[in-house]
Design a protein around this ligand. Sequence first.
Ligand SMILES: NC(=O)c1ccc[n+]([C@@H]2O[C@H](COP(=O)([O-])OP(=O)(O)OC[C@H]3O[C@@H](n4cnc5c(N)ncnc54)[C@H](OP(=O)(O)O)[C@@H]3O)[C@@H](O)[C@H]2O)c1
Length: 165
Amino acid sequence: MIAITGANGNLGKATLSFLVKRTIPSNIVAIVRDAGKLGEYAGSGIHIRTADYEDQESLEKALTGVERLLQVSSSATGVRAMAQETRVVQAAVHCGVKEIAYTSTLFPSGFAHFHAAHVCQNTEELIRRSGMQYVFFRNSMYHETVPLFIGEATGRSFIRRATGV
Ligand SMILES: NC(=O)c1ccc[n+]([C@@H]2O[C@H](COP(=O)([O-])OP(=O)(O)OC[C@H]3O[C@@H](n4cnc5c(N)ncnc54)[C@H](OP(=O)(O)O)[C@@H]3O)[C@@H](O)[C@H]2O)c1
């Protein structure tokens, strides 16, 4: 079976809608915190299982019988994100997952200014050492996060740098 964590999120849902065209529903495990958020798939034959990145036991139950996993990275930050992603990898190893695809980031490093890169470096290293086959998606910053950084400049056609900065 193929499982997706964060299956009700943007990437999770897009992947689910792709997968249902490629394999039979009983081959798919959609992992969510709240099954109600995948109501459109109720009765579809897809296995909808609940688990929380904070709860190791729930992850191990959700990954039972899974051979391939898309691990959607944590939306938490810092030490909490690291712990959450570590739990997912440990649960995958515990359940005998053979191949894992992980949404990493560009230039994962423990020394990066971009703090999420520290989390991704740690998770990649755990996966590399786990013995599972792996794929790392090293995407750059998503456009949707740009407004967080440029604030009021969103929607203008230019960004002006303050003198002396
Ligand atoms: N490189 C970048 O600039 C960038 C930008 C945006 C996102 N990302 C990363 O890419 C990932 C996917 O993006 P997306 O747009 O699909 O995000 P999204 O729509 O926010 O989806 C995140 C998914 O993770 C689930 N989740 C959050 N906390 C969880 C927990 N404690 N246990 C289990 N599931 C949990 C959410 O479930 P709930 O609905 O229950 O909360 C949701 O299904 C994000 O999680 C983030 O790490 C990177």
